[in-house]
Structure formats: C-alpha cells, structure tokens
Design a protein around this ligand. Structure first.
Ligand code: ATP
Ligand code: MG
Length: 383
C-alpha cells in the first residue's frame, strides 16, 4: 500500500486516538491554503484502512497488505528516535481468530531472526476488549488515584484519561506504582481469555518463543486483545524494534463495516541499528568491475566499455580523476569491486587491457576489441 505523505488531521485523531502520545504531542500539523488542517503521516495503519475503505477492498474478503515508507513525529531527535523515520509493516484484515495474530507475529519474528538478531525478545499481552477493558480501567484508576501526587506529570494527566498508558511509562517516579499495578490477566472476559490462550498455543505450535509481559500496552487507542513488541538490548532506551497487535474496532470507527484486523509496524532505522550490532563482522561480497583509466585516451576507451557493462546489468564503477594506479585500486576496494579493468598507454599500444581479480590478486589480459565484445567477455568473467 502506498498512501500520501499527508492527510486530513481528523483521520489521525480518530484513527490513532486522542489520548495517545502521537495525537497529544507528536503530530506535524499545518493549515493548507484552504484552511484545512493537514498532518504529516505519523503512522500507517489509519491511512491504510482509509485507503482500503475508499477502494472497497474490504468487501473482497480477507486482505494481507504491507507498506514501507516515511513517518513523521515531533520528538526530541536522538539515537534511534528521529522526526522523520521509516516503517515497514503489515496489516491483515478479516480474521477474528488468534491464528491470524500468530501469523502476523511470526512474520515479524522471522524477519528479525532471519537477519541474525540473536538477542531479540518477543513480548505479548492481551489488553481485552470493550467488555472487559472498562473493568480493568477502573481497577487501574483505583490503584493509581491515591498516589496521583507522587506520579510524573505525564502520568498525572493520564490517570483519568487513559490509565492503561501509565503501564508503559518510562519515568522513574512512576516505576514503583507501575510495578505494583494489577495485571490485566485477572480481568479478562471469557472471550478475550480464550483468544489469548489460542494465540499462545498457536505460537508454541509454530515454535516461536515469547514471554507474556503485562506491561506491554502499546500506545494506540484502537488496539483490542493482542498486543506485542519485539525488543533488542542493542537499542538501549529505544528498545522496541517492532510493535503491533489486534485492532478490531478501527475499521468501524473510521466509518467502515465491522471488520477485524491485526498488524505490526517495524522501525527500519532501529532495525538497521540492531542489524549493525549483530553483523559488524560481515563483509559485503565483491561484485562488478572498476574501470581504471590512466590517461585521457584510456578514459575514452573505458567509458564506452563501462556503458556496455551497465547495459548488461554488470555493476561498473569509474573514476574520472587523473590518479596513480594505487589510488584507483583503493577506490575499487572501497566500491567492493570484484575486478579492476586497467588501461594505460602501454595497454592501448599493445591492444590488451589488464583484468585484475581483486579477490585472488591475479592478472589476466583481455584484448581491447569493440566495446560490446569486451563487455561480453567481462560478463562471462563476472558470472
Ligand atoms: P517508542 O516507545 O520507542 O516511542 P512507539 O510506541 O512510539 O515507540 P510505534 O508507534 O509502535 O512506536 O512504532 C513502531 C516502531 O517504529 C517502533 O517500535 C520503533 O521501532 C519505530 N519508531 C517509532 N517512532 C520512531 C522515531 N521517532 N524514530 C525512529 N523509529 C521510530
Ligand atoms: Mg513513541
């Protein structure tokens, strides 16, 4: 799915929720020339659902979609937290049952694990539905209300508006009260309890390790039942690589039919940070050809060959400065080229270029025929 970078502010207020961090303080909102309030996309789920409704996709049965692209949030930029970042995510609509949650979670998990991220932890929780969440909300309210004065500023504001959000507070002041808060587990209604049990059984069946963490609540208002996060220690304070869950009420709340859905969003910048920490020793394999021209005439000869190589889809690099051979070879290393094709005045005179294999450090000679013919024999050398 591809959606516009900005949409009506109202979409995000309704689709993300008024008591969320995103809507309360993180949106880039502006008035356009027609005095309409517009907002740079802070997350993808609401726009994707909006687009699905607009194109009648939900009438065609269950859907499995993905998106990738920028999001914008008014935050204090720091490592792993940017005003513009990028998310990859999936949305699966049309299934009420927990097997769909397991499928979505396994996709996120396999993606993270297949990239060699060894220390990833999958945390799951259930935050109930319209039947049992009010009861739990009340229990939290009663737990936090007597200690309101001791809580952080953000937490104080949330006690009345959305006490669930307190559970994912990162403030030290709130920690003791969060630790002693009741867990949702005791308040889940039968339907939600059974759904959560099915999810756990399905995850075990497909061999995905998880921990149940009652503090995982997710920031967005529209979540029901399943919520999950994948974390890595490599990220420090910005520990979440990926977060998601079920949002059975969202489609209807955006004016659509009663269609259940489950999905996740993965932060690409954070994913790359974890990847870098996990694979620091991995070298990029050498590929393609560095054309090394020594002199103006050699440059013309190689320019034509490079163009032919590119037409044949062989990665080809060329530097346009007068340099010593050694400097050219350094550039070839930086480009991770597999071969250097070297032409100087001697090679022009003899009609043979030098082809240096930069992996085995051996030279062969290559007749300087028509550019297309030279390129064809290089394609062979590269394959
Ligand atoms: P956090 O608790 O770290 O603020 P979040 O709950 O706001 O995360 P989500 O809205 O669930 O994050 O977005 C999903 C993922 O997108 C996060 O797990 C994270 O990897 C990434 N992400 C969110 N905001 C940012 C940001 N400002 N910069 C970089 N990545 C981000
Ligand atoms: Mg955030």
């Amino acid at each position: 799915m591809r959606t516009p970078v900005f949409e009506a502010t109202e979409l995000f207020v309704r689709g993300v929720g008024e008591t969320t961090d995103i809507v309360e303080k993180e949106m880039y909102t502006f008035a356009d020339k027609g005095e309409r309030s517009m907002t740079l996309r802070p997350e993808w789920t609401a726009p994707v659902v909006r687009a699905m409704l607009e194109h009648q996709m939900l009438a065609q049965g269950p859907q499995r979609l993905y998106y990738v692209g920028p999001i914008f949030r008014y935050e204090r930029p720091q490592k792993g937290r940017y005003r513009q970042s990028h998310q990859f995510g999936v949305e699966c609509t049309g299934y009420v049952d927990a097997e769909a949650d397991a499928e979505v979670i396994s996709l996120a998990w396999e993606l993270v694990r297949s990239c060699g991220i060894g220390d990833a932890v999958l945390k799951i929780n259930s935050i109930g539905d319209a039947v049992c969440r009010p009861r739990y909300r009340q229990a939290l309210l009663e737990h936090f209300a007597p200690n309101v004065a001791a809580l952080s500023e953000d937490a104080q504001r949330r006690v009345e508006r959305n006490p669930l959000r307190l559970l994912d507070s990162k403030e030290e002041r709130d920690a003791p009260f969060v630790a002693s808060a009741p867990a949702f587990d005791a308040y889940l209604c039968d339907g939600c309890r059974e759904h959560f049990a099915t999810l756990r059984a399905a995850l075990s069946l497909i061999d995905i390790p998880y921990v149940v963490d009652p503090r995982v609540v997710r920031g967005l208002d529209y979540y029901t039942r399943t919520v999950f996060e994948i974390e890595s220690r490599a990220l420090g304070a910005q520990s979440a690589v990926c977060g998601g869950g079920r949002y059975d009420g969202l489609v209807a709340s955006l004016g659509g039919p009663d269609v259940p859905a489950v999905g996740f969003a993965l932060g690409i910048e954070r994913f790359l940070m974890v990847l870098a920490a996990a694979q620091s020793a991995v070298q990029v394999p050498r590929e393609g050809i560095q054309a090394v021209a020594l002199g103006t005439q050699a440059r013309a000869t190689l320019l034509a060959i490079v163009a032919e190589l590119r037409r044949s889809m062989v990665p080809a690099f060329m530097d346009y400065e007068e340099r010593k051979l050694l400097a050219h070879l350094k550039i070839a290393d930086r480009n991770r080229a597999r071969f250097a094709l070297i032409v100087g005045s001697e090679e022009l005179a003899s009609g043979e270029a030098i082809l240096r294999d930069l992996e085995s450090r051996t030279d062969t000679r290559l007749p300087l025929a028509q550019p297309r013919v030279v390129a064809a024999s290089l394609v062979e050398a590269c394959s």
